[in-house]
Write a protein that binds this ligand. Structure first.
Ligand SMILES: C[S@@+](CC[C@H](N)C(=O)[O-])C[C@H]1O[C@@H](n2cnc3c(N)ncnc32)[C@H](O)[C@@H]1O
Length: 247
């Protein structure tokens, strides 16, 4: 994890006003601006993701979902060391780090961005047994079979699903890597849950996907509502952590 001396070179951090468009950072003589969701640019700067999202905006999903997952493992009597976790949308490894602290036996990450893997290897070496780059939605049958052969016991998506991030079809593909009894967990904005009347939420397809998932194929084991992070205007971005088990 980047050192404090590295992260102090990133301040002051300033956000675009009115919408989450950009992030400006660095000392007066070397100010830089990156897109708010330009993960490639953000991961390329050591400590920037942590300084912006974890420190300034208090992002918590990697902590909350892994904590709920850990509690679920305990209540099921499943030793963490026996779990092989697929970390979907792994970013620069914040969730993988939490999973190792929990004591899980194996962690494989996947992210769309090559910069995510580079940053995870740079900042959290050894956390991932393997880190794949690509779009699971576009994996060929033999690539999916190779992933399946890794015999994951759990799929987690930490701060990575929803509008502008991982769509339902890709989460579904990841769940398809699991055998019956496999666990999954994710953080989701309430607008994506069944019963939502939010137009963007409904358009994402997630409310219908979750209704079908929890209606027919899986049981919900644990749920926890919390604040995912502050928005740049200081208001809370609410989220729900869910852990379930495939039937
Ligand atoms: C907000 S970051 C979260 C990263 C990390 N899980 C964490 O909790 O810090 C979201 C990540 O999801 C990745 N992502 C978005 N869509 C994706 C997709 N379809 N497949 C894989 N990764 C995706 C982005 O590249 C980004 O790294």
């Amino acid at each position: 994890v980047p050192s404090t001396s590295a992260t102090t070179l990133l301040t002051p951090i300033v956000f675009s006003v009115g919408a989450e468009d950009w992030i400006e950072f660095g000392p007066a003589e070397a100010r830089r601006r990156v897109g708010f969701h330009d993960y490639a640019a953000i991961y390329a700067v050591p400590g920037l993701y942590e300084a912006v999202f974890q420190d300034a905006l208090e992002m918590r999903s990697h902590i909350e979902v892994v904590r709920l997952y850990g509690e679920t493992l305990s209540s099921l009597g499943r030793p963490a060391g026996d779990e092989r976790v697929f970390d979907l949308g792994a970013g620069n490894g914040a969730g993988g780090q939490e999973l190792r602290a929990l004591g899980v036996g194996g962690v494989v990450g996947l992210d769309l961005e090559p910069a995510a893997r580079a940053a995870a290897q740079r900042d959290r070496p050894g956390v991932y047994d393997d880190f794949l780059v690509g779009d699971l939605g576009g994996f060929l049958a033999e690539e999916l079979a190779a992933l399946r052969a890794r015999a994951f016991t759990t799929v987690l998506a930490l701060a990575a699903i929803g509008v502008g991030h991982i769509p339902p079809a890709v989460l579904d593909r990841a769940l398809g890597l699991l055998e019956p009894g496999g666990l999954f967990g994710f953080a989701v904005t309430p607008a994506l849950l069944p019963g939502s009347e939010d137009a963007a939420g409904l358009a994402s397809g997630y409310p219908a996907f979750f209704a079908e998932l929890f209606g027919d194929r899986a049981e919900e084991l644990a749920r926890h509502a919390y604040v995912h992070r502050l928005q740049t205007d200081g208001t809370p971005h609410h989220a729900v952590a869910l852990v379930g088990r495939l039937g």
